[in-house]
Design a protein around this ligand. Sequence first.
Ligand code: SF4
Length: 224
Amino acid sequence: MATRAARAERIQGILEDLYPEVPIPLDHTDPFTLLIAVVLSAQTTDKKVNEVTPALFARAPEPRSMAALDPEEVRALIRVIGLAPTKARNLVGLSQQILDLHDGQVPHTFEELEALPGVGHKTASVVMSQAFGVPAFPVDTHIHRLATRWGLSSGKNVEATERDLKRVFPRETWNRLHLQIIFFGREHCPARHHDLAACPICSFAATGVRKRAEAVRNQPGRRA
Ligand code: SF4
């Protein structure tokens, strides 16, 4: 069986071929609007976020105007996405904190970002990576699941998977790979009945044990 490093190199080559361009999926114009969009994207789709942010950013394009809004007004502007009441409160709260503690600028450190309301490690990683170009590997449940299927991690949780992925891929490729894995997952992995042999990655990356588990999981009526 190929080593984890060899498997990673092959997967990276496939993802590079499939996705040479890695556009950021959330519409934004600067670090603040990206941060807002990423906070909104929890437990919903980027497409839905991109539908609500034009009206939100027209009303409040920077921290001062966002902090001045009533959370109820924000909630009304984002109501079609999940967890709207909590997210509305967080958007107003994080904008106020950016004004109070960071001179109105989105902070550049994980510690400061993760201290903002509604911002966890994954959100902070996306902002560090996509707004500031700092190498990071944001891992959500989808990337966690794929990293396990592809034999790149034996991590029991997203934190362990992040550590494994950072070990196995070169640091300068983390920001691209995070997006490439997301694009691959969206394009290939939601299908119900996976043909492991036909899949560009699982055909060689899934181990025997995983293949047997996949065969069971992909029986008609079971989700991928
Ligand atoms: S077999 Fe399914 S889960 Fe594995 S990479 Fe292909 S599409 Fe994704």
